[in-house]
Design a binder for this molecule. Structure first.
Ligand code: NCD
Ligand code: ZN
Ligand code: ZN
Length: 428
């Protein structure tokens, strides 16, 4: 199949054509590509689809859970995401090889986009076995949603060394509980920010300051410019989330904006946005963490932390592109190319050898986000009322899974792993 259209190619918007083989891989791209059948994508803008490095699909989970791989990947597809990293703080948590294998079976049974099941790093003895099946590793340095054990400080160097030997990437929830300010009972988001302050995030990043050479470290959900800068200095990757980039603790206050790490003050948010807008935070990720409305309506101190976001991340950012507030190139790199390079996957660009995963967009049609119009099963969004641009169509490996804003796919998701890096050569 040859697609003809106008889209983002090699950093610019241009008229182009690309050929896709029977496996859904792009074979040729250029001003004019021969072959048939042909499909003209009209005057819509073509972009590579997104990769979300951070999502909580809650599968396995309790039967009344607000999410699973079926519902979560429909939301992802509608939001322009064609692959996502699944986090291990499920019920039960992904701490053994058998549980990773069970997750892979769940992904194959009901995911509609590709999923990378990550394992939790809780003890050094399990890393080797996990490294054969998991897509990558997640280290929680502070307690958050779920029941995962936070490793002792003294164990961390061994854990890092074991992950390095696996060749897989390590994503870190970086907050240092020693820097938390225990309070009786926080009642709004400002108090949550004081309880788990930005200093705790920086301190946790500092704890990773001499990683074994060759270990791919990625700092999840950075909330301050300083944290992003420090990650960069250490040679680590980092991601910012739409909620930390667009919402602040000073404006919103209820448990529906309670998240770990917390939303920060407006001045801190603006500085984070500036780093992101200028391409100095390499990646964007949703930290999609759906919770039911009834749990979020509990008193602030008891309500769980986390906000949904996989369906709205790219549409919100595309609207900022339309307004001229965010360069398209920065967005495509942060949501597609850099995550693909980080994971070592042939995706995230419309280039030969990459999967034909792409969106068509109508920049004349922004619309107000309404939870009732989203597919998200949790039934709410922290971005209610904001303007967004949703994909018209979404193609994965050359097949349309979203048509005119409606999900039309069915179970084409694969379980993927990050490509392991080879061990360093011995120094002779
Ligand atoms: C996440 C969740 O609910 O799973 N919550 C959150 O506040 N971000 C866990 C996490 O990423 O810390
Ligand atoms: Zn986290
Ligand atoms: Zn998370």
């Amino acid at each position: 199949m040859v697609f003809e259209g106008r889209g983002y190619w090699r950093g610019k918007i241009t008229d182009f054509e690309f050929g896709v083989d029977a496996e859904g891989i792009i074979t040729r791209v250029g001003k004019s590509v021969r072959g048939s059948p042909r499909k003209n994508l009209g005057d819509l803008l073509v972009l590579p689809s997104g990769i979300d490095l951070h999502a909580h699909f809650r599968d396995p989970g309790p039967t009344d859970s607000v999410e699973n791989f079926d519902s979560g990947t429909v939301s992802a597809a509608l939001g322009g995401i064609s692959a996502a990293v699944d986090m291990p703080n499920t019920v039960p948590p992904t701490t053994t090889a058998d549980r990773v294998v069970d997750k892979i079976a769940r992904i194959r049974a009901r995911a509609h986009i590709d999923i990378l099941p990550y394992a939790a790093l809780t003890g050094a003895s399990s890393v080797r076995r996990l490294g054969h099946v998991a897509a990558g590793f997640k280290l929680f340095l502070a307690p958050t949603t779920g029941d995962l054990k936070v490793p002792e400080t003294s164990e961390i160097p061994t854990l890092l060394e074991e992950v390095r030997a696996s060749g897989l990437p390590l994503h870190v929830h970086a907050e240092d509980p020693a820097k938390f300010n225990p309070r009786e009972s926080p009642t709004e988001t400002d108090a949550w920010d004081r309880l788990r302050p930005a200093a705790a995030e920086l301190a946790a990043i500092e704890r990773l300051s001499s990683p074994p050479p060759g270990l791919r470290i990625h700092i999840a959900h950075v909330t301050t410019a300083a944290a992003a800068d420090r990650a960069r200095e250490l040679g680590a990757g980092s991601e910012a989330t739409p909620h930390h980039l667009l919402l602040s603790s000073s404006v919103f206050g209820t448990a529906f904006q309670k998240v770990n790490p917390p939303l920060r003050a407006e001045s801190v948010r603006k500085e984070l946005w500036e780093r992101f807008r200028t391409g100095r935070i390499p990646m964007l990720a949703s930290d999609h963490a759906p919770h039911s409305i009834s749990l979020k309506e509990e008193p602030f101190a008891e309500a769980p932390s986390g906000v949904p976001g996989i369906e709205t991340m790219m549409p919100l950012m595309l609207e900022l592109v339309r307004r001229g507030d965010l360069p398209l190139q920065v967005l495509v790199r942060a949501i597609a190319r850099h995550p693909a390079l980080h994971l070592g996957l042939p995706r995230g660009a419309l280039e030969p050898g990459c999967e034909a995963n792409f969106l068509t967009l109508d920049f004349r049609a922004p619309r107000a986000l309404r939870a009732r119009n989203l597919s998200a099963r949790c039934g709410w969004t922290p971005f209610e009322g904001r303007s967004a641009i949703f994909p018209v169509d979404h193609y994965v490996r050359g097949n349309r899974i979203v048509e005119d804003g409606e999900f039309v796919g069915s179970g084409h998701g694969r379980a993927l792993r990050a490509t392991p890096l080879p061990p360093p050569l011995p120094k002779s």
